[in-house]
Design a protein around this ligand. Structure first.
Ligand SMILES: [Fe+2]
Length: 189
């Protein structure tokens, strides 16, 4: 099994240093190494049930870690776009207003230990602000992430120390809505 890592353009990000972003990117590469080691071990060695439990837990942790970081890095960066009118209408329907959605999303980011995710749930046809305390804890199946916010301390500690509130504001100023709008429109292609 070989996963090719994606590269991301961090040049458009304002308020988060390239040093912080590059260190974070190295963690993403670490998850690729981890899943390759796990899959290789499962393929080539016999395990006790106890050992296999650990590997299976690591499997979803590493794979979701890869996916969520790719979503996060892709939706990070300035663009001249705002949320599309169709996305705003759905936010208004499901949260009452765009501002309500925004406040709730940042609140989820503040209380989460891992991730805040705006996702569209195909099952109920609604938007949800999902909280995950780990890559493989709190996932919502049959839902598609639209906007992903990493709130692990490694995402901001180098730049902001323990000032998570400042990081959340800088993230909000660096949402690449062109990426989010594209993900949203892809749902209804
Ligand atoms: Fe991260």
């Amino acid at each position: 099994m070989h996963i090719r890592p994606k590269r991301f353009n961090f040049r458009d990000v304002r308020g988060i240093s390239q040093h912080q972003l590059e260190a974070h990117y190295q963690l993403y590469l670490g998850y690729i190494d981890l899943i390759e080691n796990i899959m290789n071990t499962m393929d080539t060695e016999r395990q006790t049930d106890y050992e296999l439990r650990g590997l299976k837990e690591g499997e979803t942790y590493a794979l979701n870690g890869i996916v969520l970081h790719e979503y996060y890095f892709e939706n990070l960066g300035l663009s001249d776009q705002k949320p599309s009118s169709s996305l705003i209408r759905m936010m208004e329907r499901d949260f009452g207003s765009y501002q309500n959605w925004f406040d709730d999303f940042l609140r989820v980011g503040r209380i989460a230990r891992g991730w805040a995710i705006l996702a569209y749930d195909f099952r109920d046809g609604r938007l949800h602000n999902i909280m995950q305390d780990a890559h493989n804890q709190g996932d919502l199946w049959q839902a598609e992430p639209l906007l992903v916010l990493d709130v692990y301390e490694h995402a901001y500690l180098i730049e902001f120390g323990i000032d998570k509130k400042e990081y959340l504001q800088v993230f909000a100023d660096n949402i690449d809505w062109s990426v989010v709008n594209e993900r949203f429109s892809y749902l209804f292609r």
